[in-house]
Design a protein around this ligand. Structure first.
Ligand code: TXA
Ligand code: MG
Length: 569
């Protein structure tokens, strides 16, 4: 393809904006037995946040997961089956007219517009309320489409060739020299542009049908957790804010693409995502690949609105998030020492604090049991502290007024906690926390995103009040009938420990992300979990983290950005 023309007719003005958001479901029925891929569609219309319901999303989940679980080729093959699909044709016509459409990808839902039209791209920023200086990723359906963005004779920088051959379509975005056809609205004036080929049949089929690339940020309101279900998009952008959502089921990856900058030296992952560093580092030229903020920092990048920067709020539910981080503080820090260690070939996080287990330092994935237990205990302690404080009236602890608490496993030490002496760690209570306390004291619910439970399927968990242990509750008290509801009555079971008993007066709503030793599973559920607890009315959300390695790097990156407080456990 070559640069497609800007839209042929004037897009609707704001006064013509529809008041409903149409939701069209594109489900793929992939049957191995039949030896082929069958595409079926079911049209749904929603109004006001009108959403494809659980049923549609659930039915889409299986098919989409099958099509995109790391198999870009399968996604590409499935995409060809969708050519001419009525929902895709409808989306393509809106996009060709300069409109925006929310689309499924294997990472998260994206809000797409013609990447070659500044006017169309402007509507993306407006719908999301996205700051105008944060550039967008361009999505292509073929290498030919990418080549068509450049003058004749252009060649892909050699360092990317084998990577893209192997990993596209897939959750990998690469920085390339900016194409002259791409408007400033997409790149925000940068000399580079970010491009990826998504491994989702619906996205691929749609881009191919359009014949032009699509600029698409995540389809959430700016600052909110990214959407991994069509209903998340509708919650943020329904009610006519955008005209159409294509529902392709649940996103199989669950976190955004990895952003790779191999134009810089040494090459760097600017945003960890669906493709791990381990999957990239074996490629020629990527041997010294660094991960931003894990291996190095850069003042200019930090201040920039682009990928790694902290300039803008990210991934945040309404409720404040307290992250239980199993990595030692040094792993999350950005010291020059870590960059120097990385340059010397050492792993930056190593050796920072010998009191932490090897798993916390990034090399102990076999230690899932110990890590899970540590997280479970930390959650207990935190719940106990919250309950105690809510009952007594929260009081600030001056010595701990910072945003980070480093809690060792011992309750002794320099803590000036005025709280219950049996608690092993303390949380700093600042003015916003005081407000939180009053809401807790008034019966507000505490949400817990769990990674330490074994045996419970992902999703909302309701425990019976008499459950003996966490594991027993997970095994015996969860069934389909209970999931999806959150009565909040009773809190967690009486056998869990002092913390849990102390919090009995509180409502505790739990959501199981996945086991701490399976970070890819945790990634898939992460944003859905944050949104579910928010929706359930939690006034604070406690999140159990995972080890900062492999697929866990992207998870912890998102959680650290979402967290208003990090407690190292
Ligand atoms: O998985 C994904 O990448 C999803 C799906 C929809 O494809 N998209 C996504 O887009 O996450 P967004 O806008 O939420 O995040 C794109 C990130 C932003 O942080 C932006 O700053 C960065 O990519 N970015 C875009 N162009 C860039 C550039 N030229 N240099 C550095 N960062 C860039
Ligand atoms: Mg985003």
């Amino acid at each position: 393809m070559t640069g497609a023309a800007a839209p042929g007719r004037a897009p609707p003005t704001s006064s013509e904006q529809p008041t409903v958001t149409e939701v069209l479901t594109v489900s793929l029925d992939l049957s191995i037995d039949s030896g082929g891929l069958e595409a079926a569609s079911r049209d749904r219309r929603g109004s006001g946040g009108g959403v494809a319901g659980e049923e549609a999303s659930t039915s889409g989940r299986t098919a989409t997961t099958t099509a995109t679980s790391g198999h870009g080729a399968a996604a590409a093959a499935a995409a060809t089956q969708l050519a001419g699909h009525p929902a895709i044709a409808r989306a393509a016509s809106i996009l060709a007219e300069g409109g925006v459409v929310a689309i499924p990808t294997e990472t998260v839902y994206g809000l797409a517009a013609n990447a070659l039209s500044a006017e169309a791209v402007g509507r993306v920023y407006a719908a999301k309320n996205r700051p105008a200086d944060n550039p967008l990723i361009i999505h292509v359906s073929s290498l030919a489409m990418l080549a068509g963005l450049y003058p004749p004779g252009w060649e892909l920088p050699p360092i990317y060739e084998p990577v893209l051959r192997d990993l596209w379509p897939g959750p990998l975005t690469v920085l390339l020299p900016r194409s002259p056809l791409v408007p400033d609205a997409v790149t925000c004036g940068l000399p580079t542009m970010a491009v990826r080929m998504p491994a989702h049949p619906v996205a691929l089929a749609l881009i191919a049908a359009c014949g032009f690339p699509l600029a698409a940020p995540s389809a959430n309101s700016s600052g909110r957790p990214s959407p991994t279900l069509a209903k998340h998009v509708a919650a943020d952008l329904g009610g006519g804010v955008i005209p159409l959502i294509l529902d392709g089921g649940a996103c199989s990856c669950g976190v955004e693409s990895t952003v790779l900058d191999a134009l810089r030296s040494p090459p760097a992952i600017l945003r960890p995502g669906g493709v791990t560093r381990e999957a990239l580092v074996g490629y020629r030229g990527l041997e010294a690949l660094q991960v931003y903020r894990k291996d190095f920092t850069d003042a200019a990048l930090e201040a920039a609105p682009t990928t790694p920067g902290m300039k803008y709020r990210h991934y945040s539910p309404t409720a404040p998030v307290i992250l239980l981080d199993p990595s030692p503080p040094a792993a999350a820090a950005t010291a020059a020492a870590t960059a120097a260690a990385a340059a010397a070939g050492a792993t930056a996080a190593n050796g920072a604090d010998s009191s932490h287990s090897s798993s916390a330092n990034g090399h102990g994935s076999g230690d899932g049991e110990g890590l899970g237990e540590r997280l479970r205990q930390a959650t207990e302690a935190l719940l106990a502290e919250m309950a105690g404080s809510a009952l007594e009236g929260w009081r600030p602890i001056p010595a701990l007024a910072g945003s980070v608490v480093t809690a060792s496993s011992s309750s002794s030490g320099s803590s000036s906690s005025g709280c219950n002496g049996s608690s092993s760690r303390s949380v700093p209570l600042d003015p916003p926390t005081l407000e939180l306390a009053s809401r807790l004291a008034g019966g507000g619910a505490v949400g817990v995103l769990r990674t330490s439970l074994a045996g419970a399927p992902p999703g909302l968990l309701q425990r019976a009040p008499q459950a003996k242990t966490a594991a027993a509750a997970a095994h015996s008290q969860v069934d389909d009938g209970e999931r999806g509801r959150s009565s909040g009555s009773g809190g967690v079971g009486g056998g869990e420990g002092a913390g849990t008993r102390a919090v009995a007066a509180q409502r505790v709503i739990e959501y199981v992300l996945g086991h701490v030793s399976r970070p890819a599973e945790v990634a898939t559920e992460l944003f859905a979990g944050l949104r579910a607890l928010d929706e359930a009315g939690c006034v604070v959300i406690v999140v159990e983290g995972v080890a900062d390695e492999g697929a866990g790097v992207a998870v912890m990156n998102r959680l650290r950005k979402a967290a208003s407080r990090v407690v190292h456990v």
